[in-house]
Write a protein that binds this ligand. Structure first.
Ligand code: C2O
Length: 345
């Protein structure tokens, strides 16, 4: 048999999946009469304006008003519109609970806990951002990032405390001004603010520098064809602060800490997109720290592809190799200082 890119999902196989063991969920798109046609990904026009993502705790009222308008429209779209907020959130559910089979195989596809983590989430928020911008006719619109690796960003950003950015399903005792323990593991750290900040910064140093010297440690394990679920070797940042902040935000009053605390529901909380914007930024920062050496050259990774709907409701096939250069994708991150770089424990 010739080599196949076995990870690519077969879109027609979307089926019920497991939100948690013993807890089935259904997040598939509405059934269609025929296979949905798709186009190949194309980079945005080089002449289109750069979208600059800024820290969520620093954006101004004018920006918040724009985003509010875009998100309100997105939330009001009907479920059969793939740009609608619920469909966007369900994309995450589909790809992280095993709702798709791999191409040519019965194995389920899962984009967490492996080298698919960073590129898949980059694609997801890329299309999400473009849809939001398109809904308000603003091609400069950029998502904010939750800058939790910097002391003033270590609380939930205030803009997420009001609709449409608010989600009722969050842990009340973690709302502002409560400082995040970015390595939260279900137990309160009990640290005072100064100690918590110092602990967070030292932890960031470990996850970005000392613990992430080899590609695989940062990017996660190679996820090869035929493996069910995933290879189960998350990268440093994926494990924490990524997973830990999901848990920290989600409500302990819900069985699975919905919304943020469980994969199937996480993207229903608007703060998800700012959380992932920061994760995406840190991938870029890590690449910079190592001189932009290619992180992985295995074609199995580079050629793996996924499907997303764009701002024109068009299904697009996008390969990992297409999303490795954010300049080509037309966005950037506003520079912020990295105190954690000097926080070697
Ligand atoms: Cu796909 Cu933050 O999880």
């Amino acid at each position: 048999k010739p080599d196949q890119i076995l990870l690519s999902p077969n879109l027609s196989t979307c089926h019920e999946s497991m939100g948690k063991p013993g807890f089935p969920v259904y997040c598939c798109p509405p059934k269609r009469e025929s296979e949905e046609p798709f186009i190949e990904f194309q980079f945005p026009n080089a002449s289109s304006p750069l979208r600059v993502r800024r820290p969520a705790h620093l954006v101004d009222d004018e920006y918040i008003a724009k985003y509010k308008k875009a998100l309100s429209i997105m939330k009001s779209l009907p479920f059969d519109d793939p740009r609608s907020f619920m469909r966007q959130a369900d994309m995450h559910c589909i790809y992280c609970t095993g709702a798709y089979n791999q191409q040519h195989s019965n194995s389920l596809l899962n984009i967490h806990r492996s080298w698919l983590f960073f590129p898949w989430h980059r694609m997801m928020i890329y299309f999400h951002e473009r849809i939001l911008g398109n809904l308000i006719g603003d091609d400069t619109f950029a998502l904010p990032f939750w800058n939790w690796d910097s002391p003033p960003g270590m609380v939930m950003p205030n803009m997420y405390m009001k609709l449409p950015f608010l989600d009722e399903n969050r842990q009340n005792s973690h709302l502002p001004p409560h400082l995040a323990d970015i390595n939260f593991d279900y137990v309160e750290s009990g640290l005072g603010p100064e100690e918590q900040i110092a602990t967070n910064l030292a932890f960031m140093y470990n996850q970005m520098v000392s613990g992430a010297k080899k590609s695989e440690l940062f990017m996660g394990c190679p996820y090869k064809a035929g493996e069910n679920g995933s290879c189960n070797g998350p990268g440093t940042i994926e494990l924490a602060p990524h997973n830990s902040l999901h848990t920290w935000v989600g409500s302990p009053l819900n069985i699975y800490r919905e919304n943020m605390g469980v994969f199937y529901a996480a993207a229903r909380d608007p703060i998800f997109y700012a959380h992932h914007s920061n994760i995406d930024r840190l991938w870029e920062v890590w690449r910079g720290l190592r001189g932009y050496k290619p992180e992985i050259i295995d074609p199995l990774w580079l050629d793996s592809y996924f499907f997303f709907h764009d701002e024109n409701k068009q299904l697009v096939r996008v390969r990992i190799r297409d999303v490795l250069d954010i300049a080509k994708l037309g966005y950037s991150y506003e520079h912020v200082d990295h105190l954690w770089l000097n926080a070697r424990p």
